[in-house]
Each structure stands twice: as structure tokens, then as C-alpha cells.
Design a protein. Structure first.
Length: 367
């Protein structure tokens, strides 16, 4: 018996019109929905007034099973904020600079087709949702979600000072320029913080980052123990000490965390080495920070202005994300590589066939 049309699963697409090629995306999503025997996709555009939260709410009320967030990290974060606790799955089509969530979950970042495929045929995986309540200098309170990282200090200044035009031109490397522009403002952030209700402790650091995930663009692993589904938030404070402080920090996150931790021998070297005190870690499910003077604050790579205090907590398993139906990172990479090789082979075959036809036509014409 045929399935009634109104019982087919529904998908909504929330897209950033500045970031995506809408015609191309519509063609791919519509074809994938038809092939999977889903209802016709529902389309929502983000605007300056609505980064994605309101339209995602509309999609949920219309009974969709999946919402595809097509855009940069800001669009993905806004859609996830609305999806938290709904049971509706998030699928990510990366079209930004950092693609932070996609990189931390080993989701496709270079192929729209692969990303769309996951929306209809991927597996559901529950991850944690980070939440923050920001208090402004005028005592106004704002509540937001984050998927990867929230931060006070130099990293937030860097994001604020990074050129949007440069990001479009060179990608995440534009943040290097943002760091250079932030150097004149470089000074420690003085704050009091408390983890899981412990007594307040004083801290002076150039950057304090709260992480639900641990990886940054460029393969940098800032928080090696951070997992998006462990019900815990990780905190990293960057405290450069002396003339080689920043070099020690770079060595910690790029070499020790990014290279040595990937092998058994490397982890043994770390265990035998003196701990780098220029980077300090803490973890818990609830974190409060009160700064002496309002500081720049960022969520998942977007500037969120000045904050005089931040309360951060985790909502375990609150967000469902569509991921590949393979379980290990090695399998994900192998799967992606195989698909890439298959596409390359297909293009090469098509090119060779076209060349042979062209030669055959020329030969026929000469005859």
C-alpha cells in the first residue's frame, strides 16, 4: 500500500543567503529528499533580525524530523539553540570559515553533497549543548547556547578585530590578522571564577575559554580531554609567563596536544615532561566568572560584545546531530577519502571519454 503523502518525513533547510549558493543547494536537497521518499523540503532564510532561532522554531512546529543548517558557525549555533531539547535532528552543511562543529564531529566540510546525504541517511547522535547567561554592564541578562567554545579576553578581541572581507578571501588564516590587531589591547583579564559551586578563586589570564569541544581550525587541539557528549565543560586559561610564555602556549596546543597525544610514545613523552603552567585546565558542569571590568565575549567564533559576568553550564545530550553511519574517526576519514577518490575517478573517466569522442569525430571528419 502506498504511504500517504502527509506521513512522509519532513526536512527543513535554514540557510544564510550570504554564505550559500541557494540554487545549487536547493537542487541537491530536493533531489536527495525525492530519492529518500521524503516530503518536499521547507525553506527558511536567516535575516539580520533572526540568525536562525525563530525560523527553526517554525520548522519544529511544522513537524520536521531534521533541520539542515546551511551557513557558517553562527547559523549552526542559532539553529542548534532552537533545536535544543526538541528531539529534532540537526544536519550541518558547512559554508563558513571555521566550521567548528563539523570539524570536531568529523562531519564533511568540503562536499555539500556528502553533507546533504547525511541529513537523509546519517545516524542520530546526541551531544551536549553548552549554555551561557551573560550579564551586561547595564545589568541586562542574555541567554544563549554554544556548541564548541565560549571565551573571554584575547580570543574574543581577535574575533572582534578580524576583517570579514579577509575571512572570505583567506578563510580561518584571517584570524592571524585579528590577533595582530588585538596586540595593542593585550592585557590580562582579572576575574573571579567558581566551578560546580566551589568557593570563588581569583585568576589573571589573557584568555579564558570554556569548551564543549576541543579542536580549533588549523588542527590545533586546545582542550585534549573535551568531548561533546561527556556531560562536562572544559576550561582553559592562557597565562603566558615571562618572555617565552606565548611560545610555551603554542608548543602546548600545537605540538604536545596536536601531535604527541596522537601516539602511545608521544603520550609517554608528555607524562615524563614538565607540565606547562602557561596553560591551565579545569572542568565541571557549571562555571561562573565575574570580571573586574567588562570584557569582550565570543560564542563559537562570533562576537557577543562586552560582558561583566558569565554563567556557563551544560545540558547533557540535549542536541541530536546527524553523523555518518560509521563509528571511528579512522572509518570516517576512510569513508570520506573513498568517496573523494570515487568522484575523482568518475571525473577522470568522463574527461577521457569526452577526449576519445573528440578524437573520433576529428578522425571521421578527415575521412
Amino acid at each position: 500500500m502506498p504511504t500517504p503523502r502527509n506521513s512522509k518525513p519532513k526536512v527543513a533547510v535554514v540557510y544564510n543567503p550570504i554564505k550559500v549558493d541557494l540554487a545549487k543547494l536547493k537542487k541537491m536537497v530536493t533531489a536527495a529528499a525525492k530519492a529518500a521518499d521524503w516530503a518536499a523540503p521547507i525553506w527558511f532564510s536567516t535575516t539580520k533580525e533572526d540568525a536562525g532561532q525563530n525560523v527553526t522554531g517554525s520548522a519544529i512546529r511544522r513537524g520536521v524530523a531534521v533541520v539542515i543548517a546551511a551557513g557558517g558557525d553562527g547559523t549552526v549555533r542559532a539553529v542548534a539553540e532552537a533545536l535544543g531539547g526538541s528531539g529534532v535532528a540537526l544536519a550541518v552543511v558547512s559554508a563558513g570559515t571555521g566550521n567548528l562543529l563539523a570539524r570536531n564531529l568529523d562531519l564533511p566540510t568540503g562536499s555539500i553533497r556528502d553533507s546533504v546525504e547525511l541529513a537523509f541517511h546519517g545516524a542520530d547522535h546526541a551531544i551536549d549543548l553548552g549554555m551561557v547567561e551573560i550579564v551586561r554592564d547595564n545589568d541586562e541578562h542574555e541567554k544563549h547556547a554554544f556548541l564548541v567554545m565560549a571565551g573571554l579576553g584575547l580570543d574574543a578581541k581577535m574575533i572582534k578585530n578580524t576583517s570579514t572581507k579577509l575571512k572570505k578571501a583567506v578563510g580561518w588564516l584571517a584570524y592571524v590578522d585579528g590577533i595582530a590587531r588585538s596586540i595593542p589591547e593585550l592585557k590580562p583579564v582579572k576575574l573571579r571564577f567558581s566551578v560546580d559551586g566551589s568557593p570563588n578563586r581569583s585568576l589573571s589570564a589573557h584568555t579564558v575559554i570554556i569548551g564543549n569541544c576541543g579542536s580549533l581550525p588549523g588542527g590545533l587541539l586546545l582542550m585534549p580531554e573535551a568531548q561533546p557528549d561527556d556531560g562536562i565543560l572544559d576550561m582553559a586559561a592562557l597565562i603566558p609567563r615571562g618572555r617565552f610564555g606565548w611560545l610555551n602556549i603554542w608548543n602546548k596546543i600545537a605540538w604536545e596536544n596536536g601531535v604527541l597525544r596522537k601516539s602511545v610514545i608521544g603520550r609517554r613523552i608528555i607524562d615524563l615532561s614538565k607540565d606547562v603552567r602557561d596553560v591551565r585546565y579545569a572542568k565541571g558542569s557549571d562555571l561562573n566568572m565575574i570580571v573586574d571590568t567588562p570584557e569582550e565575549f565570543q560564542l563559537d567564533g562570533d562576537d557577543f560584545g562586552l560582558a561583566k559576568s558569565v554563567h556557563a553550564w551544560v545540558e547533557p545530550g540535549a542536541l541530536i546531530v546527524r553523523v555518518p553511519k560509521v563509528h571511528t574517526r579512522a572509518e570516517v576519514r576512510a569513508h570520506s577519502k573513498a568517496r573523494s577518490q570515487a568522484r575523482t575517478t568518475a571525473r577522470t573517466t568522463a574527461r577521457t571519454t569526452a577526449q576519445e569522442k573528440a578524437r573520433s569525430k576529428k578522425a571521421t571528419a578527415r575521412e
